[in-house]
Design a protein around this ligand. Structure first.
Ligand SMILES: N[C@@H](CC(=O)c1ccccc1NC=O)C(=O)O
Length: 367
């Protein structure tokens, strides 16, 4: 399946060893893990394996942020790390995650998925074999735009000079790399999730790359995730900046600053890139780019969208979800669900990642 991977792809993969992941909150009574029937984990038994910072542009050409993190559940009672060159082989669904941070925050990275990933690994190894399986998890770094208030690490880092479409280019480049490695193989075996601007990027990643002037075969078969899950996502930036909802007016200038930093000053450009406004005249042209235009009512041919937004989010108003929901409602090729979450903007990934993991688990089970 990884026949398309080049020697350089495989050597980039093997350049990072697998390190053990253990349960941060082990069960004191548990003796050992037997996959499929486990009731608890011990402190020293790996629940999975993690590669941190795999360069997804091989041959030493990746910038510091052109890397990804991978986690795989441990199989059986094996305490030995897989060889660095060994590729994931478990069947099941891959969850690919895109972090937020307004396209520019150097303090938020792929590793922000660690709490949710750890929670998902635990679920994967302690749940009965009859349920749908998680094959593994990936969290993507991508180049950022400069941040005027975060000079450290240095703003002159070449990985922090990105301008649209660089962020999307990196996401698509990473997905193509995972495709060549045989990790994401077909629509049914992966879902794409993102938080905040990562949710914007997740939807942009299923649209035609031609929208951003990128070559359409940059992605090919990897283009179609079975589901896109947006957590506290940004879907209509122009709408927010033109008329922020009550209670969020004070954020207008901050939004204008990071939106201009990522996409330039033109409001028209902001509309063209946002998933709630990227269709002409309200029609969502990109749904066809994602799932195809056939009027086939086969459920599996529809794209699944899950929108999650906390009403207690002080940075992103619930209205962003409502605008996106209104645009996708009545779109027959999309099966949409809205799910609840609480807490402020970053709580969903920061505090244990429990709710994020629960939602992603449920989405995978429902595929
Ligand atoms: N910490 C961010 C702010 C941020 O992430 C943000 C602010 C308002 C609305 C959405 C945000 N993040 C989305 O990815 C920054 O440094 O700009």
């Amino acid at each position: 399946m990884q026949s398309q991977a080049s020697a350089a792809d495989l050597s980039a993969w093997a350049s990072v060893p697998w390190s053990p992941v253990t349960d941060p909150d082990p069960d004191p009574d548990a003796a050992s893990i037997t996959t499929g029937t486990t009731t608890g984990t011990t402190a020293d038994t790996p629940i999975g394996w993690h590669k941190a910072g795999v360069p997804y542009i091989p041959s030493g050409k990746a910038l510091s942020l052109q890397t990804l993190d991978v986690w795989i559940p441990s199989s059986g009672n094996n305490h030995n790390a897989p060889d660095a060159s060994s590729l994931p082989h478990l069947p099941g669904t891959w969850i690919i995650y895109i972090h937020g941070g307004a396209w520019r925050d150097p303090a938020i990275s792929a590793s922000s998925f660690t709490p949710a990933a750890t929670n998902l690994l635990l679920r994967a190894i302690t749940t009965s074999t009859t349920s749908k399986k998680i094959a593994g998890l990936v969290s993507l770094n991508y180049r950022l735009s400069p941040h005027p208030h975060h000079p450290s690490p240095p703003n002159d880092d070449p990985a922090r000079q990105a301008r649209h479409p660089d962020h999307i280019t990196d996401i698509l480049t990473a997905l193509a790399y995972l495709h060549r490695l045989g990790i994401i193989t077909k629509k049914e075996n992966w879902i794409l999730a993102g938080h905040s601007c990562g949710a914007t990027l997740a939807f942009q990643a299923v649209m035609s790359p031609a929208r951003w002037g990128l070559s359409p075969d940059a992605l090919t078969a990897a283009a179609a995730a079975a589901a896109v899950v947006g957590f506290n996502g940004l879907y209509d930036l122009a709408g927010f900046i033109a008329s922020p909802p009550r209670g969020y007016e004070h954020l207008c200038e901050a939004y204008r600053e990071f939106v201009s930093g990522a996409f330039g000053e033109e409001e028209e450009g902001w509309r063209a890139v946002c998933p709630a406004t990227a269709g002409a005249g309200g029609a969502v042209g990109w749904v066809g780019e994602w799932v195809g235009d056939g009027d086939d009512d086969d459920h599996r041919k529809r794209g699944q969208v899950v929108l999650v937004q906390s009403r207690e989010d002080t940075l992103v108003p619930y209205q962003q979800l409502e605008v996106m929901r209104a645009v996708l409602e009545g779109e027959e090729r999309v099966a949409m669900r809205v799910m609840e979450a609480g807490g402020d903007h970053d709580v969903i990934w920061r505090e244990g990642g429990g709710r994020m993991a629960e939602i992603l688990w449920e989405v995978v089970e429902g595929l």
